[in-house]
Design a protein. Structure first.
Length: 320
């Protein structure tokens, strides 16, 4: 049976070049069959002939059919998204029951069958992969008569989590955003990127705007990306400037820059006499102003006269 030459994408060509030159280390290589440089594939798509045997650590390239390769990609990303949605709902239940989701996640992660990866409660997943792939996976399954109820539930749970975050913030500022200035710290869907696609911050910004609120926004690198979506809100070059005279502050992305925020200094920047701070991420508030335990944070808040301070089990911790 004859073979046909494959045309690689520029991205894959560059990456494979880096591999052969020894410049790529420790990364998972996931390459569509039709994008392999100098390769050939049989007419039925089942056998791949490579001129190079490329290995990255202990993760060799797996030769599969096109359908299997696509299924691997969808199944992997959807599973991770499902894991995020699961721990978010566990965190919500912990909040109701008074349990500590940090300890729950830590104990779960010690089980080798589960692992600690992606067991981090937050405002909901975003980015270019998880939202797109879960929706595509759900649509594909439905079109072929095999509805994936777990993935559909994950998609809905993720949207619910973003709305839950909005409602928390609204409650903190008195039940309405009207004429309230809210500072949003973190616009990217995760730290160390300027990618704001499907970021939970978008849901928050829309809700505040629709309810007549005012928005101050700051992200270490994603301001310009968010300006393409919301040109009219106020962007700042530092978190201090963004929080000045704000009625409420919401931390949406766990940038390291936010971990060192002093609660007393943050309070001094905001509008008086009431201060409302909401952290959507499990790591940030817990580490302010240092790596304090929950009880220590509570005592610190009382000492600094942070009015009616209340520490809620993650992913939502607030100060009032």
């Amino acid at each position: 049976m004859g073979t046909k030459k494959l045309q690689p994408s520029t991205k894959v060509t560059k990456y494979l070049s880096a591999v052969t030159e020894g410049k790529a280390h420790g990364k998972k290589l996931s390459v569509a069959v039709a994008q392999i440089r100098d390769g050939a594939i049989s007419a039925d798509g089942s056998k791949l002939v490579m001129r190079y045997k490329l290995y990255i650590n202990d993760k060799p390239i797996l030769s599969t059919s096109i359908a299997t390769a696509e299924m691997i990609k969808y199944a992997a990303n959807a599973f991770l998204a499902l894991k995020i949605s699961y721990i978010n709902e566990v965190a919500n239940l912990c909040e109701t029951l008074g349990a500590d989701v940090q300890d729950v996640a830590k104990a779960m992660g010690q089980d080798g069958r589960i692992s600690p990866k992606f067991l981090h409660p937050g405002p909901g997943y975003g980015g270019s992969c998880f939202p797109k792939d879960t929706k595509a996976f759900a649509k594909l399954s439905k079109e072929n008569g095999e509805v994936m109820h777990t993935i559909e539930a994950s998609i809905q749970s993720n949207e619910n989590q973003k709305i839950r975050m909005v409602n928390k913030m609204k409650t903190l500022v008195g039940g309405s955003f009207k004429n309230k200035r809210i500072s949003i710290l973190g616009l990217a869907f995760k730290p160390n990127t300027d990618d704001v696609r499907d970021s939970a911050s978008i849901t928050m910004i829309k809700a505040i705007k629709n309810d007549g609120g005012l928005i101050n926004a700051y992200d270490p690198v994603a301001n310009e990306s968010m300006k393409k979506i919301f040109e009219e809100i106020n962007y700042f070059n530092s978190w201090e400037e963004a929080c000045e005279d704000a009625d409420g502050v919401v931390i949406m992305t766990e940038w390291n820059e936010f971990r060192g925020i002093s609660l007393s200094y943050l309070k001094s920047l905001m509008k008086k006499p009431k201060v409302s701070i909401l952290s959507a991420t499990e790591e940030v508030l817990e580490s302010m102003p240092s790596s304090m335990e929950a009880k220590e944070i509570t005592e610190f808040a009382k000492k600094e006269n942070l009015n009616d301070y209340q520490l809620i089990p993650l992913p939502f911790q607030y100060l009032m």
